[in-house]
Design a protein around this ligand. Structure first.
Ligand SMILES: Cc1cc2nc3c(=O)[nH]c(=O)nc-3n(C[C@H](O)[C@H](O)[C@H](O)COP(=O)(O)OP(=O)(O)OC[C@H]3O[C@@H](n4cnc5c(N)ncnc54)[C@H](O)[C@@H]3O)c2cc1C
Length: 457
């Protein structure tokens, strides 16, 4: 059947549903197409279930450390993985259900469930329906990369999706990829009781961070018993008894690791390969990301791309911000631009790493004259009181303009406390404004002004 709408949105992830809300409220008819789970990656196989599992893993960790706090526990500590998973499933299910109910009850919004493909610049097919509209918004997200490593086709590997379907603790989980997603799973499963080995082809973990952050993160995880095989240049796989042999070929140590399960966490790719983009004439880059300008317009007039599929962000908050940028330009005559966005994200190991702006290395590469402030968490009262003193905070300031260029807080509450620094960056105010603020005691944030009062370099 041929159907005409004012707008078509492909994908019910982080940007599509709120955009449907704004467009329909403005009186436009909208077709929203979702091929699988409403809410997309974050809700179903990303942020929400993983952070719920991280919370369960934290509970297990604290219980094991009970004696440190003068708390006695009679009997053994157990992990009921079925209930741990059920808790994560419930959080995801509730969020998914809410998104679906909202969209299906939305006036002027028609929901289609199926895989969408372009038939032309203004036409999209879903099942037996051919939809057309003057404005089309692509919000198709991404999926785990399955790397072309020798033997990968001969083994049963896990990705973030199948990992979240597990209701057992692997005997020995081998995580391929020492970056954000891999490290979160590594620590949580270690805390659930698995032996865990992280295999990373680079010389250090989370290679885009400063070396000191990588080293501190490694120390935190190693102290809990996570094993690492860095510089693993030739990773390959083979079935081995009731497990999997992973060839690591590192410069030192054994040449193989044998695990019960292998998780592939080596990056993500956009879901643009089966979207018929060529029929619409929409250009992608070498990675398959849809090329967009600073207002998220593709090269084809009337087609926008938002979220992970445009390669301009890889986070829930960046996908949502994409919606805000598109809506502001289309509906509010407000020329918002993706170039105004300051990079910000967290690594949800425990303690977490909150990051904003440039790393020290990036600032130096950019040729900036910089001043650096650092403070170990051992000198943060709140961390001492909580018995969680691992990590440190660091801020990078432009010595010429006094503006904050970036910061990292690896430590308890780091994901929250970093926002004070992010806010001053958005305000484009000199660091001295934050340095003279009086924070609440006892918090992690209260030491940020102190750190800024002791800049070096
Ligand atoms: C394990 C893991 C943990 C993460 N943790 C965090 C975190 O803590 N914080 C954070 O900010 N980010 C996190 N992320 C990243 C975050 O999930 C994504 O950045 C975010 O979901 C991207 O949103 P999106 O709207 O671009 O796409 P998605 O949420 O992926 O939504 C895309 C939707 O489009 C649908 N779709 C795709 N192709 C088609 C088609 N052809 N037709 C119809 N529908 C289609 C998909 O089914 C999906 O529902 C995590 C990701 C993973 C994998």
């Amino acid at each position: 059947m041929n159907r005409r709408f004012d707008a078509i949105i492909i994908g019910a992830g982080q940007a599509g549903p709120p955009l449907a809300g704004r467009l329909t409220a403005a009186g436009l008819s909208v077709a929203l197409i979702e091929r699988k789970l409403f809410g997309g990656t974050c809700v179903n196989t990303g942020c929400m279930p993983t952070k719920t599992l991280v919370a369960s893993a934290y509970a297990a960790h604290i219980v094991r450390r009970a004696e440190d706090y003068g708390v006695t526990i009679a009997g053994d500590i157990g992990i009921d993985m079925v209930r741990v998973k059920a808790r994560a499933d419930t959080v995801s299910h509730n969020a998914r259900h809410n998104v679906e109910k909202w969209l299906k009850g939305m006036e002027r919004c028609t929901v289609f469930e199926g895989h969408a493909r372009f038939e032309g610049p203004g036409e999209v097919r879903v099942g037996g329906d051919l939809l057309s509209a003057e404005r089309i918004f692509v919000n198709v997200g991404g999926r785990a990369v399955v790397p072309d490593m020798p033997g990968v086709g001969d083994i049963d590997y896990l990705t973030n999706v199948s990992m979240l379907a597990l209701d057992r603790v692997p005997r020995h989980l081998v995580v391929i990829g020492g970056s954000y997603i891999g490290l979160e799973f590594a620590q949580m499963y270690r805390r659930f009781g698995a032996e865990v080995t992280v295999v990373e082809k680079g010389p250090r973990l989370i290679g885009r961070e400063d070396a000191a952050i990588s080293a501190a993160v490694k120390d935190i995880l190693a102290a809990e018993g996570v094993a690492f095989r860095l510089d693993a240049e030739c990773i390959g796989f083979a079935p081995h008894g009731d497990g999997i042999e992973v060839r690591v070929d590192c410069s030192s140590g054994d040449r193989t690791v044998v695990g019960s399960d292998v998780l592939l966490a080596v990056g993500r790719r956009p879901n643009t390969d089966d979207l018929g983009l060529d029929r619409a004439g929409v250009e992608t880059d070498a990675r398959g990301s849809i090329k967009v300008d600073d207002r998220l317009r593709t090269n084809v007039p009337g087609i926008w791309a938002m979220g992970d599929c445009n390669g301009r962000g890889a986070f829930t908050h960046t996908a949502y911000n994409d919606f805000e940028i598109v809506a502001a330009n289309l509906l509010d005559d407000d020329p918002r631009s993706v170039d105004d966005r300051i990079p910000a994200y967290a690594l949800y190991i425990d303690p977490p790493l909150g990051r904003v702006g440039m790393s020290e290395a990036e600032a130096r590469r950019a040729g900036k004259r910089i001043r650096i402030g650092t403070r170990p968490m051992t000198r943060v009262g709140r961390a001492v009181e909580k018995g969680e003193t691992q990590g440190f905070m660091q801020v990078v300031v432009d010595a010429d303009s006094d503006l904050v260029l970036g910061a990292a807080i690896l430590g308890t509450g780091g994901d929250e406390a970093i926002h004070g620094i992010l806010d001053i960056m958005y305000a484009a105010a000199p660091y001295t404004v934050l340095q003279r603020s009086v924070g609440i005691h006892p918090t992690v944030s209260e030491l940020i002004p102190t750190m800024l009062g002791d800049l070096k370099g």
